[in-house]
Write a new protein. Sequence first.
Length: 235
Amino acid sequence: MKTAVIIAAAGALLFSGMAKAAEIKVLSTQATEQAYLELVAQFEKSTGHKVATVFTGTLNVRKRLADGEACDLIIMAGPAIDEQIAKSGTGVAVRKGAAKPDIGSAEALKKALLAAKSIGYSTGPSGVYMLGVFEKLGIAGEVKGKLKQTPSGVFVGTLIASGETEIGFQQISELVHFPGIDYVGPLPGELQRMTVFSAGIHSGAKQADAAKALVKFITAPAAAAVIRKHGLEPA
């Protein structure tokens, strides 16, 4: 996999010199979806390129790549991709209108988890991390029977909004705008870990130059406000 080169300069946002418009095929995990879609709309308007994106869970992205799916650009969390787009912490949410638990400290979060009747978590990076948090808090055995994990590609917000789980954990960017739930806040500082989402040009990309142009656009300083609006932090 070739690494995309990032040129973080406002003047690099328009690419009128490119010979013709291209369709860029992107395979992406879901944590950056909302910010990405807003930026892609701007990119398409500015460049004339078209971007076709498939959003799915991390496990599905890995499977599709292993199966040889053709694409130009990949966006996901993982050490195999070097160029950073944005980072997101893990957050907490409850069903819309429900009482928001105190999660201001590790001890408060522990009490909230023990009091909850059911707990949702994902198959992605935040889900793997949360299993470690339960261990760190010393309650892994006590909460095991309450846990409900989403299938790959399904948001934890779906479980919370439907009442399947009382509380849920996922990337902040995947919770803040989800309908039917109330975002409570991030994990307390001593338990928080930021996940970096990155982009890389696929080695078999047919539109590598256009894909590089897209990466430049969505990682430029001008994109920072959109990234923050959707619960992410520019890397």
